[in-house]
Design a protein around this ligand. Structure first.
Ligand code: B16
Ligand code: MG
Length: 212
């Protein structure tokens, strides 16, 4: 029986794809590296470190030193953080808020399981933080998705065994992480995942009608 629902953040609760894109694009342009929306799509649910490596696939010069790569990630994150200042309460629809409240009323414990180190900032800016019992984010992780760590920590934070948790994800890496954690998988369509999942939804609101 499912007692807890763990939500991925980017691509499920919020849509920051364009901000990630603009921030990576600015870095890529400065470095003279080709980067487009299609490449950006591959970065969904992928850590900042791995995102940089994907971006650098189109760089054909001498390899960058670790220190330089760290500086690049900081640069991207500075731009991204500036863009996140645009986020506000109204970015989350009332029906999504109502859905979260209904799920809580139905007795589910709710958590966030995100690779992002900026998860708390995003949840605060959109005023989503109070809906969740626990937030597991990229700040305390040793392994990023598809490793199950982020979701196992979320389940632990909810005080539930993994098999009593369902994960709502939009990305391949996240679905793999949820499976590896032994959790039920719910795919929010529109992401980059073609894996077999337990349930597919079009919108978060569908969670109320479907049998979790
Ligand atoms: P940050 P999620 C992921 O969030 C994003 O989908 C991915 O595009 C991003 O690179 C990653 O967070 C790290 O984000 O640079 O803010 O730490 O989908 O796991 O909520
Ligand atoms: Mg995601």
């Amino acid at each position: 029986m499912i007692k807890g629902i763990i939500f991925d953040l980017d691509g499920v609760l919020v849509f920051t794809d364009q901000y990630h894109y603009q921030a990576w694009k600015k870095l890529a342009d400065r470095l003279g590296i080709y980067f487009d929306e299609k490449i950006n799509h591959r970065l969904r649910g992928v850590s900042r470190r791995e995102s940089l490596e994907i971006l650098l696939e189109n760089y054909h010069g001498a390899p960058f030193r670790e220190e330089k790569k760290s500086k690049m990630m900081e640069e991207k994150n500075r731009t991204y953080r500036e863009l996140l200042k645009n986020m506000k309460r109204s970015d989350i629809s009332q029906s999504v808020r109502d859905t979260l409240v209904k799920l809580k009323d139905l007795g589910y414990l709710l958590a966030v399981g995100s690779s992002s180190k900026n998860a708390k900032i995003i949840l605060e800016r959109t005023e989503l933080l109070p809906y969740f019992e626990f937030v597991s984010d990229g700040n305390d992780l040793r392994h990023s998705k598809p490793h199950p760590e982020v979701f196992l920590k979320a389940a632990e934070g909810l005080g539930l065994p993994p098999e009593e948790c369902a994960v709502v994800e939009d990305a391949q890496s996240g679905i793999c992480a949820a499976k590896a954690a032994g959790m039920k998988t719910i795919l929010m369509q529109g992401g980059n995942c073609s894996d077999k999942v337990d349930l597919k939804i079009q919108r978060l609101e569908d969670l109320i009608e479907c049998h979790i």
